[in-house]
Design a protein around this ligand. Sequence first.
Ligand SMILES: C=CC1=C(C)c2cc3[nH]c(cc4nc(cc5[nH]c(cc1n2)c(C)c5CCC(=O)O)C(CCC(=O)O)=C4C)c(C)c3C=C
Ligand SMILES: [Fe+2]
Ligand SMILES: [Fe+2]
Length: 344
Amino acid sequence: MKGVLLVNLGSPESPTAKDVKPYLDEFLMDERVIDVNKVLRNILVRGIILQTRPKKSAKAYAKIWWDEGSPLIVLSERFSEKLKTHTDMPVALGMRYGTMTIKTALQELNDKGVDEVLLVPLYPHYAMSSYETVVVKTMDVQKEFFPQIHLTTLPPFYHNSEYIKALSQSITDGLKDFEYDHILFSYHGIPERHIRKSDPTRYHCKIDGSCCHINSVAHHTCYRHQVYETTELVKAELGLDETKVSSSFQSRLAGDPWLKPYTDYEFERLAKEGKKRLAVITPAFVSDCLETLEEIAMEGKEQFTEAGGESYKHIPCMNDSDTWVQVMADWVNAWEETGALPSN
Ligand SMILES: C=CC1=C(C)c2cc3[nH]c(cc4nc(cc5[nH]c(cc1n2)c(C)c5CCC(=O)O)C(CCC(=O)O)=C4C)c(C)c3C=C
Ligand SMILES: [Fe+2]
Ligand SMILES: [Fe+2]
């Protein structure tokens, strides 16, 4: 029997430093997130970052936490529950980090008699720190505990036309009551080094924008190419004015250079350029989370208005919108019926 495994990033158990610390430990000790050798990673993460970050992160989580729990978890659960009403297959939800494990979710499917699983990493774009780590972890768990299960993985869907239409619809809905001067597409950042590491040709990705429009096999795993492609396709779908749209990268940690331009610098630049009314969309995330609700909706608004901006709107992620659930249902049901996976 076929079944679906949805996997998102995960959240701490509660917005306290005590619970944020083990969550961040698991997250940042992932070799695909902080990709240095184990000894150095240990020093960096446990000796430096975890000394101060849990307290700071817990404060941020406390600002966005809901009565039901972490927004990312609650919204992923709502999405999963809605998807169940659109398919005959069993659907389970797991998280890459934290207590809602991939193993438990696979066990749930296994107990229902599922032996063919469609793995759906809940990320539109490929990055070693998001999509790839979910795939590798799920394959490891499957090999060790569920060797009888056959796994198929949904490819990154950043350029799929149904996804682009659903994302565009969410922008149209989000802008119903908001006149904008500019729309900023703010994607989660990654270190530039990750782009080079994920380039199978080892020479294509230059990170300066000179490569992303040249056709290459490297684009299958190039986060930078994929996010710019999403922006371009949405621009075309909605007929947006070229001068009123741009992309940027948020959520960087200190250290090596991350993908530029940085979102917080863009808030200032756009305000100084005279853009008074800014809408921000965060398409690297399908569910709202700390990075959208705190960093963009709260902090971003403050940064933009302090720099001279007047009105600001964060457009929510697609979350459990009917349109987005229907798109996912069409993909998983097509796989159930014919084995086909979504293409462009
Ligand atoms: C080296 C550090 C990090 C990389 C690389 C990274 C990539 C990356 N992350 C997401 C999605 C999310 N990240 C979230 C939170 C978060 N991310 C990092 C670090 C890196 N992410 C940290 C330390 C944190 C925790 C919070 C903090 O202390 O700032 C979240 C939110 C989780 C939640 O509970 O709400 C998401 C989602 C992607 C898609 C990605 C690569 C493209
Ligand atoms: Fe992150
Ligand atoms: Fe590129």
